[in-house]
Design a protein around this ligand. Structure first.
Ligand code: SF4
Length: 102
């Protein structure tokens, strides 16, 4: 039915994203998809960015996914060769895109 890639999406729900740097390969695919959200640091690994554009380098740090960028962020999670981009609902912490999504 062509709906499978939207099965985890919750229209209008607040989503957040985090990266498991232990698995990041540093290829930069996520940065190509959504440079507003992801950035490669000097250590060669990708991090999410806060609303003020600074890198959030604490392990498991999350940032909100702006709704207009949801498709780009979801595609990043799907294409990430390290399977280390996790997108989850803020409300119940359920992963909607990423390796732990249902
Ligand atoms: S796509 Fe995944 S593996 Fe590649 S840089 Fe981004 S987080 Fe790291």
């Amino acid at each position: 039915m062509g709906q499978e890639d939207r099965s985890g999406a919750q229209d209008g729900a607040d989503l957040e994203v985090w990266i498991d740097q232990d698995l990041c390969t540093g290829d930069g695919i996520c940065v190509q998809y959504a440079p507003e959200v992801f950035e490669l640091d000097i250590d060669g690994l990708a991090y999410v960015k806060g609303s003020d554009d600074e890198l959030l380098q604490q392990p498991g740090a999350t940032t909100r996914v702006p709704l207009p960028l949801l498709r780009d962020v979801a595609d990043s999670a799907k294409e990430c060769p390290g399977d280390c981009i996790h997108v989850r609902r803020v409300a119940d912490q359920v992963e909607v895109y990423g390796p732990d999504a249902a």
